[in-house]
Write a protein that binds this ligand. Structure first.
Ligand code: NAP
Ligand code: MG
Length: 338
């Protein structure tokens, strides 16, 4: 598999272009600020009266309505929630975009599951950084970049891929490595990764470990440090040098326990469940439930956010983190700004 780096990209393709970043949330703020710092002309397109308008303007970015931004742009990237993209594209973006320009996404969901049927004269590409938006920005500021994926769904101009690679480089991904994929592969692997391992799997593992200790009568503070706080320290070692480096850094006792107990926790049943999860992503079953959830006004999202906030691990965690001010000093998320 070929991995592209800064040297493989032609950033001049974007130099005299106008880029419209639609949305200023997790990904939007990171793309807009990284593009600007890379010398690209960027305008942020937002809905009037929304919270983001002030945030983007305070960061020194040019802000206008979504319609005006799209009308003036050579490349429009849609960085608003996936469940809003179909309607916003149809009602605001498509009627405004000039002929022969580029429509971009940071995730393949809406194209792959047929929620956006793009106009035929447009190039359609994806630039998907493999990190939360706040990390995309923080890593760029440190002089690094997060890995990224690019893909092309429509290539009217014949240079869609080169433009996507230039964009990926401008937001920092070329420092780390850019892989070319397609909309299907990105969508299905991204959804699977976040559901089975990164978000769904990890959060349930943390809560199950915490609950087991607390229900057995151990102090919630102890359970928090064991099952949540230390997870980062372990993942930092794995991130730096792989599983071998982590095993080198932990005790033989911990390493033996890993081999003996890991497969008792993530069992054949867990692997079978992962296969079923992947199938529901491949067949569109998951996509359908997410789309219906949003059409219903997000009842599951709202209820589960409330229940999670009330879980003892969040309550005790907030108190313990207050005693570790260095965590806040290095915070990636500042809800007032991004
Ligand atoms: P997000 O933070 O939830 O987006 C928030 C932004 O969208 C705000 O600027 C908000 O404006 C605007 N917005 C919300 N609803 C809107 C509507 N109905 N009409 C117009 N604007 C609206 O989104 P995100 O998590 O960055 O995701 C953006 C895209 O990146 C998605 O395709 C996602 O799959 C992809 N992606 C995200 C991540 C990540 O780290 N989050 C990682 C990889 C890929 P107001 O302030 O006006 O409400
Ligand atoms: Mg995702």
């Amino acid at each position: 598999m070929k991995v592209f780096y800064d040297k493989d990209a032609d950033m001049s393709l974007l130099r005299d272009q106008q880029v419209a970043v639609i949305g200023y949330g997790s990904q939007g703020h990171a793309h807009a600020l990284n593009l600007k710092d890379s010398g690209i002309n960027v305008v942020v397109g937002l809905r009037e009266g929304g919270e983001s308008w002030q945030k983007a303007a305070s960061a020194g970015l040019e802000v206008t309505t979504m319609e005006k931004a799209a009308a003036a742009a050579d490349l429009v990237i849609l960085l608003i929630p996936d469940e809003t993209i179909g309607r916003v594209y149809r009602e605001v973006i498509e009627p405004a975009m000039r002929e022969g320009t580029t429509l971009a996404f940071a995730h393949g969901f809406n194209i792959h599951y047929g929620q956006v049927i793009p106009r035929k004269d447009l190039d359609v590409v994806m630039i998907a950084p493999k990190a939360p938006g706040h990390t995309v920005r923080a890593t760029y500021r440190e002089g690094g970049g997060v890995p990224g994926l690019i893909a092309v769904a429509q290539d009217k101009s014949g240079r869609a891929r080169d433009v996507a690679l230039a964009y990926a480089t401008a937001i920092g991904c070329g420092r780390s490595g850019v892989i070319e994929t397609n909309f299907r592969e990105e969508t299905e692997t991204d959804l699977f990764g976040e559901q089975a391992v990164l978000c769904g799997g990890t959060v349930e593992l943390i809560k199950a470990g915490f609950d087991t200790l607390v229900e057995a009568g151990y102090a919630p503070e102890m359970a928090y440090f064991e099952c949540l706080h230390e997870l980062k320290l372990i993942v930092d070692l794995i991130y730096e040098g792989g599983i071998g480096t982590m095993n080198y850094g932990i005790s033989n006792n911990a390493e033996f326990g890993e081999y003996l107990t890991g497969p008792r926790i993530v069992t054949h049943d867990t692997r079978a469940a992962m296969k079923a999860v992947l199938e529901s992503i491949q067949t569109g079953e998951y996509a359908k439930s997410f789309i219906l959830e949003s059409q219903a006004g997000g009842p599951t999202l709202q209820s589960r956010r409330r229940l999670t906030a009330a879980h003892p691990i969040e309550v005790v965690g907030a108190k313990l983190r207050d005693m570790m001010p260095w965590i806040r000093k290095a915070a990636l998320v500042d809800k007032a700004r991004n």
